[in-house]
Design a protein around this ligand. Sequence first.
Ligand code: GLA
Ligand code: ZN
Length: 676
Amino acid sequence: MKKDIICPDFPHILHGGDYNPDQWSDCPDVLEEDMRLMKLSGCNTMTVGIFSWAKLEPSEGVFDFSFLDKTFDDVYRNGGRIILATPSGARPAWLSQKYPEVLRTFSDRRTALHGKRHNHCYTSPLYLEKTAIINGKLAERYGKHPALIMWHLSNEYGGECHCALCREAFRNWLKAKYGSLDNLNKQWWTSFWAHTYTDWSQIEPPSHIGEDCVHGLTLDWKRFVTHQTADFMRHEIESVRKYTPDIPVTTNLMGFYQGLDYREISKYIDVVSWDNYPSWKGDGSDIDLASEIACVHDLNRSLKHKPFMMMESTPSCVNWKPFNKLKRPGQHMLSSLQAIAHGSDTVQYFQWRKSRGCSEKFHGAVVDHVGNENTRVFREVSELGKRLSKLDQIVGTQTVAKAAILYDWSNQWALDDANAFCKDNKKLLPTLNNFYRPLWKRGINTDIIGFEDNFDKYSLIIAPMIYMVDGRLEKKIADFVETGGTFLATYVFGLVNENDLCHLGGTPCGSLKKVFGIISEETDTLYPDESNKVTMDDKTFTAVDLCDLIHAETADVLANYSSDFYTGMPAFTVNRYGKGKAYFIAFRDKGDFADTVVSKLLSECHITSDFDGELPYGMTAHSRTDGDSIYVFLENFSSSELSTSSKFNWTKVEDGSAVTGSKINLKPYETLILKR
Ligand code: GLA
Ligand code: ZN
């Protein structure tokens, strides 16, 4: 198996963070200290220039690269490398003042004043031109510098713009998609409430002061926002590629952020990276949180099915949550190594040094305002740096998963927009996590895949709340089961097509009725204080929120509802189809039932953890491999000491010492990195 190393010339775990020397250019002593502290902390990579445009181009067409020249040379001389950002995430005031078309317009048609960040119009030809100029200058100047290892495009692309340019671009995108207005009217079902369009110019993006009842429009607008953002990003890529064809590009994503379809965005970047800010509490709830974060790491790895980067995390606390609690001692080590366990090849921070003023002055940083190494946080970062420096052999190793969970942005957008069920709280992600957690706690590597991914490499695919199923997905699911796969779907399955039009002829759509051997007739929505009961193998489970009322055609019924007017109707079924099995769960439960079912399916599919041992609650194990060795990260997320055993004997990656499988102890928050 080939290793996939992000920077082949620098094959180490990248450790470092967002570094803002431009805020300190009149403090040479601080900049000098930064270099000493960088080495002392075991940091080897600095991400610079993210918000430096005003420094780099103080007035139109006047450039000053002196601070970056110095930073590149200083970092390189001290053994480090640089990830260079394009500065489009925050533009200079002169630019907004002279060219107001770059300002973003909100959905209520108010236009923003200059300020904040992440707020440009992504259609403005002027903004595209200005970013191309500054990006090109940066690429030309630093493209050959030996410190440069990667481009960091802008910062956390997001949001939408409703200006006249964007509205026109949207209409053109729709013309290309639908060909004729007649077709668009049909696909959006606009005969409803007299919403028929008779001219393209009548189409406006969705807005609470205008149209928000045409679901096809809302869905297409979200897709357009992704398209337009990707288009802007591709312009940025082009402007740097011209000078640096071999330097990989990334942009920092934000987990399950709903503003962009990251599957589309990630097509154009070389490496996926994301910003990870969980609210660790230091109590029992951290175990569920650890599973949720693991799931996001898996999503990011699955976007390109290769190692990714944790581009940002905080070494201590953030500043933007309602409560900004410190990481407890040991949690920084654990949450950083968790990223590596799931396929990250980096641990990076926002931020290297706390700024002195403005809104992020109290955000956690490696270097605090005290300015030296005598802090708990600096010591913990340095301790982590030491461990990371011993993990070179893991860089580029891959994750092999036999289980996958299906997640799609359009599906969630359409489901969340539906006036149905628990209208404002469909809980797709909590539901997904209820299926992910049983895999995570058993140490099962899991991919989070989309509709376009190859299904063949998995034995088990779980599809929580896949409301939108188009003809291609329908066929893929049928083929997957027919050729021997195990597929688990849940309530609200296959109700609408890719344009959010309801399928006719029964649910789930088309041939899936045969694949699953059931028909879902209705969905009952329960009030928060209501529940139903489902009994299976003498165990009773509680159904909450949503219950599909189904009948079996060819499926075997494995559990029934036991109260209300649908007592006795099937709640859990399996249908043999071709060589495989299609399972259907008709109701939502709080997690026990999902756990029971996942455990059963794992053993039916012979999927096991590479650690191969009983994992106590709070401990988990995830693996990576180069095809020869298996590396297991054994992680203890509880605040108590836990022990386990494995049928294998292991060596510790960091010092090569032997670990006998019969008894392995892990201290609170400890991670052991093992190899066999
Ligand atoms: C985001 C941004 C950073 C910083 C951090 C603070 O992830 O990308 O610039 O603002 O949040 O947590
Ligand atoms: Zn715009």
